[in-house]
Design a protein around this ligand. Structure first.
Ligand code: NAP
Length: 263
C-alpha cells in the first residue's frame, strides 16, 4: 500500500549511483516516487523493482535536464502534482576540465544540469511546499565546492549549490519546509567513469559507498541539518568554517578602500 501521508518524492538522476540509492531508501520509508533521468530503461527497471518490493507508486520521467524543453516538461509535471513532498536534486555530472581546454558544450551541459535544472526544479515545487507548510528539498553538492584544484567549472557549479541551498534555508526558515545540502566526497558510482577518470586511482580509504553516503544524508535530514557532510567526523569544523566565513563577510564592508589600495 502506498503511504499517502509521506507523499511523493521526486529524485533526479535516479538511473544510477546516489540517486538510485535514494530511490530505494525513500521507497522503504513509504514514499511514492517520481524518478527522473535520461536512461528510461534503467528507470523502468528500478521502478518495477521498487513497486514490487515496497508496494508504492512509481512514476518515471525520461528527460535530459540539459535540454530546455525536457526541463520545462519535468517542471510542469512536478509543479502540478500536489502529492509531491520531497525533491532530491541529485542529477549531476563532473569532470576535472581546465577552462582553457574544456569542451565548451560539455561545460555548458554541466552548468545546465548541476545549476540551472536544480534551480528551476526547486522553484517549481517550493511554492506548493510552502503553501502546505511541509516537505523538504535536498540538493546534492560536493566537497569540491570547497576546493578548486580540479578546475573551476565543476567546483563552481557545486559552490553555487551550497550557497543557493544555504540561502534557500534562510528564505524558508519560518516554515516547516526542510532544506538540506549534502556534501559527498569521493563516492563509488559511475560518476567517475562518465567524467573520464578512474576512482581506482584514489586511496581506497577516502572512497565511500553510495549506500553509506545516502544513509548518512538521510540521518542528517532527520536531524534537521541544513549542511550534511557525511565524511566529516568533527561537526565543530563545519561550524567554525561557516562562522569564520560570516565574520569575514562582515570585514569586507567599508565605506573606503583599505589603506593598501591607496593610489
Ligand atoms: P552517477 O552514478 O553518474 O549518476 C548521475 C545521475 O545523473 C544519473 O542518474 C544520470 O542519469 C543523471 N544525469 C546526468 N546527466 C543528466 C542529464 N543531462 N539529464 C538528466 N539526468 C542526468 O553519479 P553519482 O555519483 O550518483 O552522482 C550524483 C550526484 O552526486 C551528482 O550531482 C554529483 O555531482 C554528486 N557527487 C558525486 C560524487 C562522487 O564521487 N560520485 C562526489 C561528489 C558529488 P542518465 O545518465 O540516465 O541521464
Amino acid at each position: 500500500m502506498s503511504n499517502q501521508d509521506k507523499g511523493t518524492a521526486v529524485v533526479t538522476g535516479a538511473s544510477s549511483g546516489i540517486g538510485a540509492v535514494y530511490a530505494d531508501r525513500l521507497a522503504g520509508l513509504g514514499y511514492d516516487l517520481v524518478l527522473v533521468a535520461r536512461r528510461a530503461d534503467r528507470l523502468e527497471e528500478l521502478a518495477e523493482r521498487l513497486r514490487y518490493a515496497y508496494g508504492i507508486k512509481v512514476g518515471v520521467i525520461s528527460a535530459d535536464l540539459a535540454d530546455d524543453g525536457d526541463l520545462r516538461r519535468v517542471e510542469q509535471a512536478i509543479s502540478t502534482d500536489d502529492s509531491v513532498t520531497l525533491l532530491v536534486n541529485n542529477a549531476g555530472l563532473g569532470g576535472a576540465q581546465m577552462v582553457a581546454t574544456a569542451d565548451a558544450d560539455v561545460a555548458e551541459r554541466m552548468i545546465k544540469v548541476n545549476v540551472v535544472a536544480l534551480t528551476r526544479l526547486t522553484r517549481a515545487v517550493l511554492p506548493e511546499l510552502l503553501a502546505r507548510n511541509r516537505g523538504a528539498i535536498v540538493n546534492i553538492a560536493s566537497v569540491l565546492a570547497f576546493d578548486t584544484s580540479f578546475g573551476g567549472i565543476y567546483s563552481g557549479t557545486k559552490a553555487y549549490v551550497v550557497n543557493f541551498t544555504e540561502a534557500l534555508q534562510r528564505e524558508v526558515a519560518d516554515s516547516k519546509v526542510a532544506i538540506q545540502v549534502v556534501l559527498p566526497g569521493a563516492t563509488r558510482t559511475e560518476f567517475w567513469e562518465v567524467a573520464g577518470s578512474n576512482i581506482a586511482d584514489l586511496p581506497a580509504e577516502i572512497v565511500m559507498t553510495a549506500d553509506d553516503l545516502v544513509d548518512a544524508a538521510l540521518v542528517g535530514l532527520a536531524k534537521g541539518e541544513t549542511v550534511t557532510a557525511p565524511g566529516l567526523s568533527d561537526p565543530a569544523g563545519l561550524e567554525s568554517y561557516l562562522g569564520a566565513r560570516q565574520g569575514f563577510f562582515g570585514s569586507l564592508l567599508a565605506g573606503k578602500p583599505a589603506a593598501r589600495y591607496a593610489a
